[in-house]
Ligand binder design. Structure first.
Ligand SMILES: O=c1ccn([C@@H]2O[C@H](COP(=O)(O)OP(=O)(O)O[C@H]3O[C@H](CO)[C@H](O)[C@H](O)[C@H]3O)[C@@H](O)[C@H]2O)c(=O)[nH]1
Length: 617
C-alpha cells in the first residue's frame, strides 16, 4: 500500500486532509516544517492544495520559501508567529509599549562646531578610525521618495554628480588614510565596509559597485549582507498571508533596518573584527550627504566618554519625522535612554502629563534631540550582547484595522524592527549616550518626493533631493566661513514648491576636508567666493591663499601636487535653471531636485605633476 493511503500514516496531519494526501511529496525536513506550521495554527496554508500530481513543483517551491523564512529569523518561524500573536494582541488591546515609563529629557554631549573641544574630539575620532568598521543599511525601498533606482546611486550633489555611495566610500578611505598616518609606525589597516541590502536593492548595489571598481576601495573590504523579508500576517491570530497572486507563496514584506544586528552576528564578521583588534562599529543610513562631517567628533566622543552606544542627534522640530532621544524611567526604577519613534512620542507625552504632546519648547525645538540613526557601538560589549540575543531586536507591529473593533486588517501586516532599538535589551550598567550636533553640519537626508516635501509644515525640514543638495552647499560655505574665508550670503529660491537657501556651490573631496582642522590648514589669506560661484576642489593639497572667485573654478590635483589658489578669477560660471518635477524630458535624478546647473563657463585646472603649483589670475 502506498504510504499516502495507509490509514495510520500522517495521523498528525489528520486535521488537514489536503496536506495529508500530499505528504508523500515531502522530504523529512519538509514534514517537520509542515508539522510546525500546523502546530502554529497555519492549517489554511494547505487547505486549497489539490491532489498529488497537480502543481507538485509549486508545493515544493512553497517549502523552499518556508525553509528560508524559518532559517532567516532568530528562533525560526515558531518564534516569529508567537511574537506576532503577542504583539497583535497588545495592539488590539491598545496597549502602550511604554506603559509604566515616564519620559524625561536626557543629558548627552552637545557639540559646538569648530570650538577647541570639537577640534580635539575630531582628532581623537580620527585616531580611532583605523579601529572602526562601517555598516550602511541600504535595504529600504525609499517608498516616500519614489525614485526608481536605488537611493545610494543618486547624485549627492550636482557640481560633481558623485553619488552617495561614492561619497561614502571616499570618506571611509579618507578616514583610513588619515587615521593610519596618526599611528606612530604607520599602519596598513583597511577599514571594513558592510552594506546591508535587500531583494529590492541587492543587485543594483552590486552593479553600482562593480561597474565603478568599488569607487577605489578594495573589493575585499566591502561585504554585502542581504536581509530577507518576513512573512505577512493576515489576521489577529497571526495566520500567515498567502500572496494574492500565487497561492503557493507566503506574502512577504521588509522587516526593517533592525535586521542588521542579526545579520552581522550570523555573518561571523564581528568576531573577525574583534580578532583584528577593532573597537568600533559605525552604522549609517542611505542618503545623508552631511553625515561624514559628524563622524570624526562623534567617534571622538565615544572614545573619550567610553560610550558603549552613542547615537548621533540633532535639534529636533516637534512633529518632525525623526525619533526623539528620550530618557524613560519605569515605575519599577529601571531607566533607559532610547529613541522613541516620531509616531509614538506624541501619545507617550500626552499620556504622561504633557497635554501639548510633542511640542517645541522656548528654544523653538523639541526638548528631545532628534535621532539621525547613526549609531556608534563599541564592538566588545556589542558582541557580548549579541551572544545573548543573537541579534534579535525588539519588534513592533502596525496593523491598519478596517474599523474600531480591530478584528480585521485593511491589508496584511508584518513585524518590524529598527536598528536604534538595540539598547532596549542592554543591562542598566551599559553606557548609553548621545551626541548632538547642528543640523546644518550633520543631517540632510533625501527621503521625500517633491509633492510631499512641498507640503511639509513651514519651518520643518523638507528632507528632499532639493534640500539635501542645498544643505551641502550651505554646510561647506559655513565651514569655509568659520575657517576664515569670505563666503557670500545665500539667496532664497523656490524649487519644486520648496523655499530653500542657495549658497555658493562649494564642494570638496573627502580627502581635502575630512575635519575642520584640515580645512583650516588649507584656508589662508583673504579668500572670497561670490554668491553666483561654484568651487569644486578635488585633491588633497589645495590651498586657498587670497583667492577671489566670481564664477566657476574646478581644481583637480594629484596627491603630490601642492596647489595654491590666489588672485581674482572671474567667468560666466554655472547658472541654476529651474526644472519642474513633472518635466519628463529631464532625468529623474534632476527632476526630483527641481533645478539643474547650466555649465556656461568655468576654469578647470588639472595638476598631475608632483611639486608646488600656483594658480593666480
Ligand atoms: O527594511 C529596511 C528598511 C530600511 N532600511 C534602511 O534603513 C534606513 C532608514 O530607513 P528610512 O529612511 O525609511 O527610515 P525612517 O525615516 O523611517 O526613520 C529612521 O531614520 C530617521 C532619521 O533619518 C530617524 O532616525 C528614525 O528614528 C529612524 O527610524 C535607510 O538607509 C534604509 O535603506 C533597510 O536597510 N531595511
Amino acid at each position: 500500500m502506498a504510504p499516502g493511503t495507509d490509514a495510520g500514516y500522517g495521523q498528525w496531519a489528520a486535521a488537514c486532509p489536503p496536506l495529508r494526501r500530499n505528504l508523500q511529496l515531502l522530504s523529512p525536513d519538509e514534514v517537520e516544517l509542515a508539522k510546525m506550521l500546523l502546530n502554529e495554527g497555519q492549517i489554511h496554508l494547505f487547505e486549497h492544495w489539490p491532489e498529488p500530481g497537480v502543481d507538485d513543483d509549486n508545493k515544493r517551491g512553497f517549502f523552499d520559501q518556508v525553509r528560508r523564512l524559518n532559517s532567516s529569523y532568530p528562533g525560526g518561524l515558531v518564534s516569529y508567529i508567537q511574537n506576532a500573536k503577542k504583539l497583535l494582541a497588545d495592539s488590539k488591546e491598545g496597549k502602550n509599549p511604554y506603559d509604566g515609563f515616564t519620559p524625561s529629557v536626557p543629558s548627552g554631549e552637545v557639540l559646538t562646531f569648530g570650538n577647541d573641544n570639537f577640534v580635539s574630539l575630531e582628532t581623537a575620532g580620527i585616531k580611532e578610525a583605523c579601529n572602526a568598521a562601517f555598516v550602511l543599511v541600504a535595504g529600504g525601498l525609499g517608498e516616500r521618495l519614489g525614485y526608481k533606482g536605488i537611493k545610494v546611486a543618486l547624485p549627492r550633489e550636482t557640481t560633481t554628480g558623485k553619488c552617495f555611495l561614492q561619497h561614502y566610500i571616499e570618506s571611509i578611505l579618507a578616514f583610513q588614510e588619515a587615521s593610519c598616518k596618526m599611528v606612530d609606525e604607520g599602519c596598513q589597516t583597511k577599514i571594513p565596509f558592510v552594506i546591508m541590502t535587500s531583494d529590492d536593492t541587492n543587485a543594483l548595489t552590486i552593479k553600482l559597485l562593480e561597474s565603478n571598481s568599488y569607487f577605489g576601495m578594495e573589493p575585499s573590504q566591502v561585504k554585502i549582507l542581504k536581509q530577507e523579508k518576513v512573512a505577512c500576517l493576515a489576521d489577529n491570530d497571526a495566520r500567515l498571508a498567502l500572496d494574492p497572486s500565487d497561492k503557493y507563496k507566503i506574502q512577504t514584506k521588509p522587516h526593517g533596518h533592525g535586521d542588521v544586528h542579526s545579520l552581522l552576528y550570523s555573518s561571523g564578521l564581528l568576531e573577525q573584527w574583534k580578532t583584528e583588534g577593532r573597537k568600533w562599529v559605525l552604522f549609517f543610513q542611505d542618503t545623508n550627504g552631511l553625515l561624514f562631517n559628524a563622524i570624526p567628533s562623534a567617534l571622538g566622543v565615544s572614545a573619550t566618554k567610553g560610550y558603549n552606544v552613542n547615537s548621533l542627534a540633532v535639534p529636533r522640530k516637534a512633529k518632525e519625522a525623526i525619533g526623539g532621544i528620550t530618557k524613560l524611567t519605569h515605575v519599577d526604577g529601571r531607566t533607559m535612554v532610547i529613541n522613541v519613534e516620531y509616531n509614538q512620542l506624541d501619545p507617550l507625552l500626552r499620556a504622561t502629563g504633557h497635554p501639548d504632546g510633542d511640542s517645541n519648547c522656548e528654544t523653538g525645538y523639541s526638548p528631545y534631540p532628534g535621532n539621525i540613526n547613526q549609531l556608534i557601538l563599541e564592538l566588545g560589549p556589542y558582541i557580548e550582547e549579541l551572544k545573548k540575543t543573537h541579534g534579535a531586536i525588539s519588534e513592533f507591529v502596525n496593523p491598519k484595522y478596517t474599523d474600531s473593533t480591530k478584528t480585521a486588517f485593511k491589508s496584511s501586516t508584518r513585524l518590524e524592527c529598527m536598528m536604534q532599538d538595540y539598547p532596549k535589551t542592554l543591562p542598566p550598567s551599559a553606557k548609553v549616550g548621545f551626541t548632538v550636533m547642528d543640523t546644518w553640519l550633520a543631517y540632510a537626508p533625501v527621503k521625500n518626493n517633491p509633492e510631499d516635501a512641498a507640503k511639509v509644515p513651514k519651518g520643518n525640514p523638507y528632507h528632499s533631493a532639493t534640500s539635501g543638495e542645498m544643505a551641502i552647499y550651505r554646510a561647506n560655505s559655513l565651514i569655509l566661513r568659520k575657517a576664515g574665508a569670505q563666503i557670500a550670503d545665500p539667496v532664497v529660491h523656490t524649487f519644486n514648491g520648496q523655499e530653500v537657501e542657495v549658497w555658493p556651490r562649494v564642494t570638496w573631496s573627502p580627502r581635502w576636508g575630512l575635519t575642520f582642522k584640515s580645512v583650516k590648514e588649507k584656508v589662508h589669506g583673504n579668500s572670497s567666493v561670490s554668491q553666483r560661484s561654484a568651487l569644486v576642489i578635488n585633491g588633497q593639497n589645495v590651498f586657498l591663499e587670497g583667492l577671489s572667485l566670481d564664477g566657476t573654478l574646478v581644481v583637480n590635483a594629484a596627491d603630490e601636487a601642492e596647489v595654491k589658489l590666489t588672485g581674482h578669477i572671474q567667468n560666466k560660471g554655472w547658472t541654476i535653471q529651474h526644472v519642474d518635477y513633472k518635466d519628463a524630458s529631464e532625468k529623474e535624478e534632476i527632476r526630483i531636485r527641481g533645478f539643474k546647473l547650466e555649465k556656461i563657463e568655468q576654469l578647470e585646472v588639472n595638476y598631475t605633476e608632483p611639486g608646488n603649483h600656483s594658480l593666480s589670475a
